[in-house]
Every structure is written in C-alpha cells, then in structure tokens.
Write a protein that binds this ligand. Structure first.
Ligand code: THG
Length: 287
C-alpha cells in the first residue's frame, strides 16, 4: 500500500517497504503564546524558522496548523500555505478542525496534500471527504465518533473500518489515500495506554493493511526525557506496522531512532541512508 503525497516539484511515498515518513509537527500555535501573538499581528516570520529547523532535522512532510482563538484561521492558512511552499518543496499536511480552513488551504496548495483529519462521525465524514475527493488529497482518519474516543483496540478498528468504507464506497477515494491514526495517548496519564495504541496498530495493519500516522509527542506529554520516550516508542510502533508519524523533527534522538529502525526493519537497503548520514555528520564535524 503506497500513499503518494506531492508538492509542486517533489513527492513522498508512504508505505511499509519505504523509509518511515517523518511529518514535522511544529507549525502549530497550540501551547505557543508568542507564536500566537505574532500570528494575530500577521507576523508569519516564526514559520520560516520552524520550516528550516524541521527540514534540517529530517522532516519529509510538514504539518500546518493555524488553529487558535481570536484569529482568522482561513486567511492565516492561505498565507501559511503560500509561505511554506515558497520556502520548501516537501509536501504539506493541512491540519484544521475548521472545514473552511481545510478548503482554503487545499485550494491554495499546489500538489497532493495530506488532510489532518476526519473522525468517524457521519457529519464530519460528509463535510470533509467531498473536499478530499475534489482536491485529490489524502486523508488521516481518527477512529473516534460523537460518543467516545474508544480505548479498546477492537472498537478503534471498527471505527477505522467505517472511515475506510465510507471514504472508498461513498466518495470513491482510493484506499491508498487513507491513513488511519491509531490514537497515541500520554503514558503519564495511564501506563496501559501505549499498549492499546500498539495493539491498534497491529490490528489495523493486519485487518485493513492501510498506512498509518499518529501524534508521537502525545506519548511523552507531561513526562521528563521526552526524546528518549519517543525514541523507544517509535521503533516499537514501526515494528507493529506504523508507517509515518507527526513528531518533533528537531529532536536528533527521535529522528536517529527512526532511521535506525528503518535499517533494522529492512527499509534502508544496504544501509545506504544510515551510512550516508554518518558520513555527512563526520564531514560537518571535520569542517
Ligand atoms: N494525531 C493527528 N494530528 C495531531 C495529533 C495527533 N496533531 C496535533 C498533535 N496531535 C501533534 N502535533 C503537535 C504539535 C505541536 C506540539 C505537540 C504536538 C508541541 N507541543 C509543545 C510541547 O509538547 O512542549 C507545546 C504544547 C503545549 O504546551 O501544549 O509543540 O495525535 N492526526
């Protein structure tokens, strides 16, 4: 199963025989007071730094979220898509809970974007999937509905299956353009939660065979040594079938753990990328 994302001049393929797809999470004002104030003033300069740091760190796709109180999210999304596409050719993940912002972002975007996200609620599916179809985008499906964010992996699978069924049958979206989010939860809240996520990954992989992504930072939220937790979690999730994640691409600990797992799970033929990255670091140190 290959999910292809495109910018104006480059592409990325997500799949279980591909290098793990690193989606940079940073262009998101949630919890960032100064960034929020800058955006409200129409100052998008921080985005330039976030783009540069994440690409430098190894991001292959960038998530773009402009959601915050008291701001014109539609206008910000349009400006942010234009700005980021002028700075980099990695594909973008357009991230909003506001339909109009998704629509405006997709309209502005050049290429085949990823849309973050749609839940299994009928109303959300019927609002967002027509956009995904119209723009030929790919989509992240979250297996929760109006009633619950289910804990049970079997229930998450059921809701994931509903999203896949509605998207493919009702909207004729190709199954390879659907990524399921198995729902990563904070280990600091409850130490049984990450096992549920890993079980869900395993189930979705074996039952649906689709690509997956999740918010890896959720796992370490509120805990010390977040990088180590991310570096331990992601290789386990990859082994279970996870093919991409939204994560802090500025963290060398996390990115290097992902690259090591790519090699160990045969997604880096001959270790070429592993060795090339090592040589590049040596050369940078020497100069
Ligand atoms: N699944 C999907 N999309 C997602 C998530 C997910 N998008 C949002 C989130 N979860 C992943 N993205 C981010 C973006 C930024 C930060 C964390 C996750 C971040 N956090 C700071 C920190 O952790 O220190 C500050 C946050 C705060 O203080 O509240 O920058 O699960 N599909």
């Amino acid at each position: 199963m290959h999910t292809r994302l495109e910018s104006a001049s480059a592409h990325v393929i997500i799949g279980d025989d591909q290098p793990f797809c690193i989606i940079g999470e940073r262009i998101n004002p949630t919890g960032r007071k100064i960034f929020q104030e800058q955006l409200r003033r129409g100052d998008l300069s921080r985005i330039e730094i976030d783009v540069a740091q994440q690409i430098e760190g190894g991001a292959m796709v960038l998530d773009l979220n402009m959601g915050m109180p008291l701001a014109d999210e539609v206008e910000l999304m349009v400006q942010a898509v234009r700005l980021v596409q002028s700075l980099t050719d990695v594909p973008l993940c357009i991230d909003s809970s506001v339909i109009e912002a998704l629509d405006a972002g997709l309209q502005t975007y050049t290429g085949k974007a990823l849309v973050n996200s749609v839940t299994a609620e009928d109303e959300r599916l019927d609002a967002i999937l027509p956009l995904v179809k119209r723009y030929g985008a790919a989509i992240i499906g979250l297996p929760n509905d109006e009633e619950e964010i289910p804990e049970e992996p079997a229930r998450r699978l059921e809701l994931a299956r509903k999203i896949v069924d509605v998207a493919t049958s009702k909207y004729e979206i190709p199954i390879e353009d659907i990524l399921i989010d198995p729902l990563a939860m904070p280990i600091g809240a409850d130490t049984t939660l990450v096992n549920r996520t890993l079980e869900t990954i395993h189930l979705v992989h074996s039952e649906l065979g689709v690509n997956m992504t999740l918010g890896a930072s959720n796992v370490s939220f509120g805990m010390p040594e977040r990088g180590v937790l991310g570096a331990a979690f992601l290789p386990m999730a990859m082994q279970a079938g996870l093919t991409s994640a939204i994560l802090d691409a500025r963290s060398p600990e996390i990115v290097r753990a992902v690259k090591a797992a790519d090699l160990l799970l045969d997604r880096d033929p001959w270790g070429a990328s592993w060795i090339a990255a090592h040589r590049a670091r040596q050369a940078a140190q020497a100069s």
